[in-house]
Design a protein around this ligand. Structure first.
Ligand SMILES: Cc1cc2nc3c(=O)[nH]c(=O)nc-3n(C[C@H](O)[C@H](O)[C@H](O)COP(=O)(O)OP(=O)(O)OC[C@H]3O[C@@H](n4cnc5c(N)ncnc54)[C@H](O)[C@@H]3O)c2cc1C
Length: 354
C-alpha cells in the first residue's frame, strides 16, 4: 500500500465522514478497519437525528444543531454520488410524559429548547393523540421537535465510504492496526498484519476501541464501550409516525414498516450479546408507551458498543504528538454528529498545518 496524506484508523460513521470531508478537500486518505467498515456501533445504531435532547444541550452545544442542519444537503449529495436510499425521514420527534413531575417541567424544557434556536412545541394530551394515535391513552402531554428525524445508519456509513472511495479514498477493511511507528513527536506509520502503512497525518476514529489504540500511541484517550441493545419489530405501515422518546428509551419508525425499540445503556465491557433482560426491558417499555405494538412481529435484536467518554466528545490533536488527531467519544449521538465531526477534523488539519 502506498503512502497516504491521511491515515484514518476506524471505518465507522466517524472515520467515513472524516474521509468524505478530507477527500473533498483534496487530501489522499486511507480508511483502515479491523473488520468490514461500518459494522460496529454505526451499524447497531437507531439512527435518530435529534438535537432537542437535554443531555446533548450540555454535552455538544451548538455542534448538534449544526450537524443536524447539514443533513438535508448531505443526503442529497450522497444520493447523487452513490444512488443509495438512506431512508432519511423528517418525521419530527415527540418526547412523551407519563409522570406528573416530568410533565410539570415540560414548559421549561420547551422554553429552554427555543432559547437554543431548537423548534419545539408543547402538545396537550388531546393534541398528542391526534399527532400520534399509537401512544398510550394515559400520556399527560408531549413536546414536539419538528426538526428531529432519522436515517438508516448502516446505509449512511456505506454511502459516506462509497462516496469517499469514488473521489479517491482507499478503503482497507480487515486491516487491524496493531501498533504505530514513531519518530520523535511524529507518527510515521501504522503497523498492520500486512506490514507498515505510512502516512503524513493520522486520525484515530476507532470508536469504543480508541482507548486501547491510544495506549499503543502513549496517549490517554478516555473512551470505552457502553453497550446498547435494540429490538426490531415489524408493525403495520405508519403505525408509528414520529420518533418517540419517553424516559430513557425510544421508538424509531422506518419507511419499511419496521420499528426500532432502543436502547439499553450498560457497562458490560466489550460484550455485544442480546440478553433476556435487555430484550424484555425494551419490550415492556415499548408496550407500555405504545400498546398498539402488542401484535407487531418480533423480527430480531442486536447490540452495539457506543464510544463513551467521561470527557464527552473528543476532537483534538493528541497531546505530545504533532500529527495525530483523535475524533471519538460520540457516545449516543455519533450518527447525528458525524457530518460536523468531519468538518471539525478538516478544520483542525488545515488550521494547524499539514
Ligand atoms: C444501540 C445503539 C443505538 C444508537 N442510537 C443512536 C442514534 O439514534 N443516533 C445517534 O446519533 N447515535 C446513536 N448511537 C451512537 C452511534 O452509533 C455512535 O456514536 C457512532 O456510531 C460512533 O461511531 P464511530 O465511528 O466512532 O464508532 P464505530 O462505528 O464503532 O466504528 C469504530 C470502528 O473502528 C474499528 N476499529 C477498532 N479497532 C481497530 C483497530 N485496531 N484497527 C482498525 N480498526 C479498528 C472498528 O472495527 C469499527 O468499525 C447508537 C449506538 C448504539 C450502540
Amino acid at each position: 500500500v502506498s503512502k497516504s496524506d491521511v491515515i484514518i484508523i476506524g471505518g465507522g460513521v466517524i472515520g467515513c465522514s472524516v474521509a468524505f470531508h478530507l477527500v473533498k478537500a483534496g487530501l489522499a486518505c486511507a480508511v483502515l478497519d479491523r473488520g468490514e467498515l461500518g459494522r460496529e456501533a454505526s451499524w447497531a445504531s437507531a439512527g435518530i437525528l435529534t438535537h432537542g435532547n437535554r443531555s446533548s444541550f450540555s454535552t455538544y452545544g451548538r455542534m448538534a444543531t449544526e450537524s443536524r442542519a447539514m443533513y438535508p444537503a448531505l443526503v442529497t449529495e450522497l444520493r447523487a454520488r452513490t444512488a443509495l436510499d438512506l431512508d432519511y425521514r423528517e418525521s419530527g420527534g415527540l418526547h412523551v410524559f407519563f409522570e406528573e413531575a416530568e410533565a410539570a417541567g415540560a414548559a421549561d424544557y420547551c422554553a429552554e429548547s427555543r432559547r437554543r434556536d431548537i423548534a419545539c412545541d408543547l402538545l396537550s394530551a388531546e393534541e398528542l393523540r391526534a399527532e400520534e394515535p399509537t401512544v398510550a391513552q394515559d400520556a399527560l402531554c408531549a413536546l414536539r421537535f419538528p426538526d428531529d428525524g432519522s436515517i438508516r445508519p448502516q446505509r449512511l456509513t456505506r454511502a459516506l465510504a462509497q462516496a469517499a472511495a469514488t473521489m479517491g479514498a482507499r478503503l482497507l477493511p480487515h486491516t487491524p492496526v496493531v501498533d504505530f511507528v514513531r519518530n520523535g513527536d511524529r507518527i510515521v506509520g501504522v503497523v498492520t498484519r500486512g506490514g507498515v502503512i505510512e502516512g503524513d497525518q493520522f486520525v484515530l476514529t476507532a470508536g469504543a476501541w480508541s482507548g486501547q489504540l491510544g495506549e499503543r500511541l502513549g496517549v490517554a484517550v478516555a473512551v470505552g464501550p457502553s453497550k446498547g441493545q435494540i429490538v426490531l419489530l415489524e408493525a403495520a405501515p405508519s403505525a408509528v409516525r414520529h420518533v418517540i422518546h419517553a424516559g430513557d428509551n425510544y421508538l424509531v419508525p422506518r419507511s419499511d414498516g419496521m420499528v426500532i425499540i432502543g436502547a439499553t445503556v450498560e457497562d458490560a465491557g466489550f460484550d455485544k450479546s442480546s440478553t433476556a433482560d435487555g430484550v424484555q426491558s425494551l419490550l415492556d417499555w415499548a408496550l407500555r408507551v405504545a400498546p398498539g405494538l402488542r401484535a407487531a412481529r418480533f423480527v430480531t435484536a442486536w447490540a452495539g458498543l457506543r464510544p463513551a467518554s467521561s470527557e464527552g466528545l473528543i476532537i483534538q490533536r493528541a497531546a505530545g504528538l504533532a500529527n495525530v488527531i483523535v475524533a471519538t467519544g460520540h457516545n449516543r449521538n455519533g450518527i447525528l454528529l458525524a457530518p460536523a465531526t468531519g468538518v471539525r477534523v478538516r478544520e483542525l488539519l488545515f488550521s494547524t498545518g499539514l
